[in-house]
Write a protein that binds this ligand. Structure first.
Ligand SMILES: Nc1ncnc2c1ncn2[C@@H]1O[C@H](COP(=O)(O)OP(=O)(O)OP(=O)(O)O)[C@@H](O)[C@H]1O
Length: 246
């Protein structure tokens, strides 16, 4: 297996308490991995490390520095209050090509238009993002991922609070990315979605419970172990030398 990202003894700690503890393993290239686990299991902390927004950790994250990465954090972390229209927001995914003069040429505008078409939002180009529904905004965020054209795509709870139609449409896009050979890593809570769309799963409960083929990882035994670890950890979590700062 070729690895897109390898973790070597990764520990992320907040106020001395580990959120991710001594995690080692590999995310296979050109494959889809789901990260699942109870609330507070460290899933978002791990994603922030993979996405490069959380840089204080112990251990090593190994990946090709040239690998283009796109990271979609949880919806709650995205500020929608600034006055920007949908097409400008999606064009931000092109920032590496736009450069410091901020020039969006005709080819880029076409790319933005095609991305909005791919997520079912044609005609929304001039709408301010602050006026969109939660589902429309998530489609816009996926359109921005489309134009980013990344080899590694990180999604933190991408289908949270979305209706079935929106989820189905965005899952179709995810399938397209898989067919294009991109590496996907997504935090999910819906185990049926995981079984249907992700061949690999990392089950996390601060520590790794299991990591491998989805059908093997999502056994009753492993899910029970993750629940028990989650119930036990707060009172007994050992202090850890590393402190995370975003
Ligand atoms: N910015 C922060 N400051 C302090 N502690 C944090 C911060 N972010 C996360 N934590 C702590 O780290 C632990 C793991 O949180 P994290 O958000 O990574 O878990 P999660 O598995 O994504 O949870 P959920 O499913 O609820 O989103 C929790 O105990 C949380 O309180």
């Amino acid at each position: 297996m070729t690895a897109a990202v390898r973790l070597h003894d990764l520990t992320v700690a907040w106020r001395g308490h580990p959120a991710v503890h001594h995690l080692s393993g590999s995310f296979a290239a050109a494959s889809a991995t789901a990260i699942v686990g109870p609330n507070g299991a460290g899933k978002s902390s791990l994603m922030a490390v993979l996405g490069g927004t959380l840089r204080r950790y112990q251990g090593r994250v190994e990946r090709d520095p040239a690998l283009r990465v796109a990271y979609l954090p949880q919806a709650g972390e995205i500020d929608r209050s600034f006055p920007v229209r949908v097409q400008e927001f999606v064009a931000m995914g092109l920032w590496q090509r736009i450069g410091c003069f901020g020039v969006v040429d005709a080819a880029m505008r076409r790319q933005v238009h095609e991305a909005l078409h791919a997520v079912g939002l044609e005609g929304f180009e001039d709408r301010p993002i602050g006026e969109l529904s939660v589902g429309q905004m998530q489609r816009v965020l996926f359109a921005r991922l489309v134009v980013q054209d990344a080899a590694l795509i990180l999604l933190d709870e991408p289908f949270n609070a979305l209706d079935e139609r929106t989820t189905t449409d965005l899952l179709a896009l995810l399938e397209r990315w898989k067919a294009e050979g991109r590496t996907l890593i997504a935090v999910l809570h819906d185990l049926e979605q995981v079984r249907a769309h992700f061949e690999h799963t990392l089950l996390l409960a601060r520590e790794k419970v299991a990591w491998g083929p989805t059908a093997q990882v999502l056994s009753d035994e492993h899910l029970g172990a993750a629940r028990r670890m989650a119930e036990a950890w707060d009172a007994h979590a050992p202090r850890c030398a590393t402190e995370a700062t975003p």
